[in-house]
Every structure is written in structure tokens, then in C-alpha cells.
Design a binder for this molecule. Structure first.
Ligand SMILES: Nc1ncnc2c1ncn2[C@@H]1O[C@H](COP(=O)(O)OP(=O)(O)OP(=O)(O)O)[C@@H](O)[C@H]1O
Ligand SMILES: [Mg+2]
Length: 236
């Protein structure tokens, strides 16, 4: 089967600073894959290179299509959804307006149905549909950022630390929603997450990034059972 995402030799950085060195990895259709790594390892840079926010060398194939040369908006249209680090909702727009923007490239007739669907998954957003995003709690804004990405009907969802700043109960709820969304829609997910235990609990596989290189990979189960991974990322 064709991978949802197949990345070969990804090299990227900022100006003369090379952050990612020759990364090769893949996400199969319907899979949830986690990238683990210490602060500064290059996790955010990886997602930014995939969504087209920063230039990169190497090949990036979405399904069968090489998207590496395309602009960010073109990649979004082809099915890459990105929930950036630190949320990135439009604070001066309402919940509904934010969601509509997430679906800007879809036919208008599909938008109301899609919105109601994600309101079902995230009922807190439904109750606040007319509220300005900037006046919502951090957790509510994080859910909005995820729902907005889902409004684009992505084939591949990139999530950069979705649990950041959320209370433990909300984190658990968000991850349940993500797992449920994955089950229902089969959307492939590439997840960067500090909370390794939780991330591995919903993931199929993981890659470990150190100083911009992949140093380890395996099934979520294998990595949870690996002593060095447990010490470094699972706090045991
Ligand atoms: N805009 C930028 N300009 C220059 N260097 C940057 C920029 N963004 C990130 N870096 C550097 O690239 C390296 C990787 O950063 P990145 O944000 O990808 O790490 P990360 O794994 O996401 O870390 P964290 O867990 O703290 O979010 C770091 O050394 C960082 O200082
Ligand atoms: Mg980061």
C-alpha cells in the first residue's frame, strides 16, 4: 500500500544553521506516528518542513505525490493539515470564523456539515461558537486549533505538542478525541508530544529524534518497553 507520507533524506534548517540531517521516515494510511525528542531536537522544524513553512531538501511524498517543491498553501490543499506549536488560532475571530477558515479550500456546501461534525467531537466549541477565540481558555483554543485543521479534511494531520498548556484532564480528553477521530476517519497523524507516555498510548509507531537525526524507531509498544527510552522520555 502507498504510504500516507514518505519522507526521504529530509534536510532543513534556518539560514546557514542545519537542524535536520537526512531524515527518512514514513506514515502509513490510518497510522498515528509519534516523534519523540528532547527540547531543540528538531521536532517542530520537521513539521514545518513537511507543511512547507520552511524550505527543505529531500523528497516528501503525500500518498503518491511529490509535494516537496510546493508552497504551504498548495500542500494544505493536497491534504496536509498542521496544528502549529502554540496553537495559532485567530484571536480576533469567532470559533465559527476560525473553523470556516480551516475549510477555505473546500466547497462551501461541505462546510456546515463538517462544522457540526467537529462540534460533536468538541462540544465545548459548540457552546462557544460565537465567542472570540482570544477570549477562550488555553485549552479551548487548543481544541479550536485542532478542529480548525480537521475542517480542511486533511489526509495527514501534523500536530505539534497539542497538550501544551492544557490541564491533565483536558489533555486526556483531547487525546481521546484524537484517537476517536483517527478511528472514525482513518486520518493519518504525525504527532510531536512532550507527554511521551500519553502519545505512545494512542500511537502505532514512533521515531526518536536527537540533534536532528533519527536515532531509534519501533512500535509504540516496543519503545514503551525500551529501558533507555523509558529513562529519557517516560520519566522512569
Ligand atoms: N526560526 C529559527 N531560527 C533559527 N534557529 C531556529 C529557529 N527555530 C528553531 N531553531 C533552532 O533549531 C533547533 C531545533 O528547533 P525545534 O524548534 O525544531 O526543536 P523542537 O524539537 O521542536 O524543541 P521543543 O521541544 O523545545 O519544541 C534548535 O536548536 C532551535 O534553536
Ligand atoms: Mg517544538
Amino acid at each position: 500500500m502507498t504510504a500516507a507520507l514518505a519522507v526521504t533524506g529530509l534536510t532543513a534548517g534556518y539560514g546557514s544553521l542545519i537542524v535536520l540531517r537526512d531524515l527518512t521516515f514514513h506514515v502509513e494510511p490510518g497510522e498515528i506516528v509519534v516523534i519523540l525528542g528532547a527540547n531543540g531536537a528538531g521536532k517542530t522544524t520537521t513539521l514545518r518542513a513537511l507543511s512547507g513553512e520552511i524550505p527543505a531538501e529531500g523528497t516528501i511524498e503525500l500518498a503518491d505525490r511529490q509535494v516537496g517543491g510546493l508552497r504551504a498553501d498548495q500542500r494544505a490543499r493536497l491534504g496536509i493539515g498542521h496544528v502549529p506549536e502554540g496553537r495559532g488560532t485567530f484571536v480576533d475571530l469567532t470559533v465559527e470564523e476560525n473553523l470556516r477558515l480551516g475549510a477555505y479550500h473546500r466547497p462551501a456546501r461541505e462546510v456546515p456539515g463538517a462544522m457540526e461534525r467537529w462540534f460533536e467531537v468538541f462540544p465545548q466549541l459548540a457552546e462557544r461558537r460565537g465567542q472570540l477565540a482570544g477570549s477562550m481558555s488555553g485549552g479551548e483554543q487548543q481544541m479550536l486549533a485542532v478542529a480548525r485543521a480537521l475542517m480542511g479534511a486533511p489526509k495527514l494531520l501534523l500536530l505539534d505538542e497539542p497538550s501544551m498548556g492544557l490541564a491533565p484532564m483536558l489533555v486526556a480528553e483531547l487525546f481521546r478525541s484524537l484517537a476517536e477521530m483517527n478511528r472514525q476517519t482513518g486520518t493519518a497523524m504525525l504527532l510531536v508530544e512532550q507527554n511521551a507516555e500519553l502519545a505512545l498510548s494512542i500511537a502505532d509507531r514512533a521515531y526518536v529524534l536527537e540533534h536532528g537525526r533519527i536515532v531509534s524507531t519501533g512500535t509504540a509498544e516496543e519503545l514503551r518497553g525500551d529501558d533507555s527510552i523509558r529513562r529519557a522520555y517516560l520519566g522512569v
